[in-house]
Design a binder for this molecule. Structure first.
Ligand SMILES: Cc1cc2nc3c(=O)[nH]c(=O)nc-3n(C[C@H](O)[C@H](O)[C@H](O)COP(=O)(O)OP(=O)(O)OC[C@H]3O[C@@H](n4cnc5c(N)ncnc54)[C@H](O)[C@@H]3O)c2cc1C
Length: 408
């Protein structure tokens, strides 16, 4: 069975599932993509993400005409793909603590990146995976959806995010696949100040984005998210803001109550970050992000008929900006392997084994590192020991384990 005879079932139309299908499409491999939500960006939670070391891989796997539009979706279209120093600032004084170097980086909003990655991809919405069966012949899978429909294919790729249903089958139980909560109250919101002067003021020092670290053990983040009417219309600009501190997320809190917690912390911040948060309108929808992780470990891939990519394989705290970069890296390795599949028996198993041999240690290392980094960045006395200070945005190679990191 060569690549032309494969039928790949992809579960989840987040960015990873969509990029997987773009890469499969480019490789001439048949796919079917299923998404449990009824439409794209059905849930309103929005954030921005930096793509850095994986950008060359994205270029390789995306069809040329789709990749050509990537600079157009930059949060800050005036800089597009660019190199520089990412500002980490002192939340109380507003002064720069360090600039983290990056080459050819791009910051995108989740919704616009998702929309671009969906171009030309057939997504079957309203399809929630409930079960996976493996044919006794040793070839093929049959997947079941909550509406009772069945679909068969050569293999299934789980791109179904942090709480992956596919991972439960891979690991043999929901317990073994369960995520661990990262102990943080993380809020995300978008704001349009509808006032040109305010928009210009909050971007005066850091035009794309910054991370502010507080001596009071919280972080604040601001990024331009989009410029709907262009760079010359600051009154239309939309910003992504985030603030997070250690503690249990209280699910019962209303948006105004969460906003109250944010403004109480923002009071003591330096300018312009202080105003950026204090000017948040009273009706701001303050979303709570559920930050959790699962340390990647091997699973039974059933002769190459099941594997995982993206957050399904390595959900991690986002404070070193690595998640999406690893998603892209996974897709690049896996689809390059699938492209080379031959008629020989066992070829699919070899390709998937080889993909997992590279990805599982990489995922495990990065999840562990991102947990450690998340702990250290919220502890003022230790921020300089954090991986983002020491290694920047480069993928890691060696650090202490999760137990040590979370115990400190
Ligand atoms: C605040 C924040 C900031 C971040 N910043 C960065 C950054 O700067 N750089 C970076 O590299 N990464 C960053 N990340 C991480 C990045 O956002 C994720 O790694 C990436 O979006 C994961 O995409 P995904 O497609 O794997 O998962 P998801 O986006 O979770 O998509 C999974 C999809 O699967 C669907 N699904 C789930 N279960 C089923 C089912 N049973 N059946 C069918 N469909 C199903 C879901 O509805 C969803 O659409 C950040 C994350 C957060 C939260």
């Amino acid at each position: 069975m060569g690549a032309e005879n494969l039928h790949v079932i992809v579960i989840g139309a987040g960015i990873t599932g969509l990029v997987t299908c773009q890469a499969l499409k480019k490789a001439g491999i048949r796919y079917s993509l299923f998404e449990r939500d009824v439409a794209m960006n059905y849930r309103s939670n929005e954030w921005t993400m930096a793509i850095h070391w994986a950008l060359p891989l994205l270029k390789e796997i995306m069809p040329q005409e789709v990749y050509a539009k990537v600079p157009e979706i930059a949060c800050n279209p005036t800089v597009g793909i660019h190199s520089g120093l990412y500002p980490i600032i002192n939340a109380e004084t507003g002064e720069l603590i360090t600039g983290v170097p990056y080459n050819d980086g791009l910051r995108v909003s989740r919704s616009r990146m998702r929309a671009l990655c969906a171009e030309g991809i057939d997504v079957q919405y309203g399809k929630s995976l409930t079960d996976i069966a493996f044919c006794e012949s040793g070839k093929g899978v049959v997947v079941t959806f909550s509406d009772g429909t069945l679909v068969s294919g050569t293999m299934i790729i789980g791109a179904d995010g942090p709480r992956s249903r596919v991972r439960e089958t891979a690991m043999g139980s929901a317990d073994k696949a369960a995520t661990v909560k990262f102990p943080i109250f993380h809020t995300n919101m978008t704001v349009c100040y509808r006032d040109a002067d305010k928009s210009l003021y909050v971007r005066q020092k850091y035009p794309t984005s910054y991370l502010a670290l507080s001596q009071r053990s919280f972080h604040a983040f601001q990024s331009i998210s989009s410029m709907p009417d262009g760079p010359d219309h600051p009154e239309s600009w939309i910003f992504h803001m985030a603030m997070a501190w250690f503690g249990e997320a209280d699910h019962s809190m209303s948006y105004p109550e969460r906003l109250g917690l944010i403004k109480a912390r923002a009071e003591g911040m330096g300018e312009p970050a202080r105003s950026a948060f204090m000017w948040l309108p009273d009706d701001t929808e303050v979303h709570k992000a559920d930050i959790s992780y699962w340390v990647t470990e091997p699973w039974n891939n059933r002769q190459g008929r099941l594997t995982l990519v993206g957050d399904a394989a390595h959900p991690m705290p986002p404070y070193r900006g690595q998640g999406l970069n690893h998603c892209i890296c996974d897709v690049s390795h896996l689809v390059n392997g699938l492209r080379s599949i031959s008629d020989a028996d066992g070829s699919l198993a070899e390709v998937v084994d080889s993909y997992e041999k590279e990805m599982i240690p990489r995922g495990k290392e990065e999840v562990t590192c991102s947990v450690e980094n998340g702990m250290l960045l919220h502890d003022w006395d230790k921020i300089r020991e954090s991986p983002v200070f020491n290694r920047g945005f480069k993928p890691m190679d060696g650090h202490s384990n999760v137990e040590e990191a979370t115990a400190s």
